[in-house]
Design a protein around this ligand. Structure first.
Ligand SMILES: C[S@@+](CC[C@H](N)C(=O)[O-])C[C@H]1O[C@@H](n2cnc3c(N)ncnc32)[C@H](O)[C@@H]1O
Length: 288
């Protein structure tokens, strides 16, 4: 069977299974199996028998709603690729916007541009709840002079972060963000986090890829989904210098309730939309 027919069959199978982007996923999987770039599949892919069998198995797994990134083993995030698989949250496009904000803040704190200095004046950035390490890896990639610290509670997710952050200079620790980095108290310029934030009663509305394959610890956060937000607020207050900033992702229904968590003692509280225009992350500054 040629690539065109394989793709047409796979697209139909994935559409029938309710996959949101059946053609793209069919192409990504065929590209993964054959090693041919997506844009060249129709002209250059000639799957052999083994590749054909692998492709059929992967399409069936995707039809069972195994996340595409678990099947290909990697997730693209801003300018980096991360290794992902069972036991770690797959980084999402909406978090790229929050990460872009953190990159801009780190550059503002460094004031002299993105190149590493020989010493001193490097912005201190902390990524709480790092998962695969997506935010921390992007920041060290885009602001190499930053001192980046990251923490993850779950041991399996921590293993993925170790692989992704190995050799980058990021200070990765296994532990609870609630009491992490006592050695950095009052020293951070930027604290950033994409914590768990789905309210417990939203189970029904969550897609099977998320519900059945992202780790529970990555998703749920108490009745209103804001338990982790309250914890991050307290940790950020402890870690930041006066004048330092925090940015935290939240659910689209938390555009008012998430900023309220920062209402009492923070300055410059603002909420920001994701690429689809939905409320997505809150930022605030620790008053000087
Ligand atoms: C929504 S995922 C986000 C992962 C990553 N930051 C990203 O954007 O792809 C939340 C992560 O927080 C971790 N986590 C949950 N509670 C934590 C805690 N108290 N301390 C540290 N990590 C925690 C989970 O294990 C999970 O990896």
């Amino acid at each position: 069977m040629n690539a065109r027919s394989l793709l047409a069959d796979a697209e139909a199978r994935l559409a029938e299974a309710g996959v949101a982007s059946p053609r793209v996923d069919a192409e990504m999987l065929l590209s993964h199996v054959t090693g041919v770039p997506r844009s060249l599949l129709l002209v250059a892919a000639r799957p052999n028998d083994l590749q054909h069998r692998s492709y059929t198995e992967l399409v069936e797994a995707r039809a069972r709603r195994v996340p595409l990134q678990h099947l290909t083993g990697s997730a693209a995030f801003r300018f980096v690729d991360l290794e992902v698989g069972p036991g770690v949250f797959v980084p999402r496009p909406e978090t790229e916007v929050l990460t872009g904000w953190a990159v801009e803040q780190a550059l503002l704190f460094s004031a002299q541009g993105p190149e590493p200095l020989s010493g001193g004046e490097n912005p201190v950035v902390v990524d709480l709840c790092t998962g695969s390490g997506a935010i921390a890896l992007s920041i060290i990639h885009e602001v190499p002079r930053a001192q980046v610290h990251a923490v993850e509670l779950d041991e399996v997710a921590y293993g993925w972060a170790q692989r992704n952050l190995s050799g980058t200079g990021v200070d990765l620790r296994l532990g609870d963000a609630a009491d992490a980095f006592a050695d950095l108290d009052g020293r951070a310029d930027v604290v950033v986090s994409n914590p768990p934030y789905i309210p417990l009663d939203a189970w029904e509305s969550v897609a099977p890829e998320v519900r059945d394959h992202d780790p529970e610890l990555a998703l749920w956060s108490g009745d209103d989904g804001l338990d982790a937000m309250r914890m991050i607020e307290a940790t950020a207050w402890r870690l930041l210098k006066p004048g330092g900033v925090v940015g935290v992702e939240h659910a689209d229904v938390q555009g008012e309730s998430a900023p309220e968590v920062f209402g009492l003692r923070w300055a410059d509280i603002a909420d920001h939309p994701d690429l689809a225009g939905r409320p997505r992350f809150v930022t605030a500054r620790k008053a000087r």
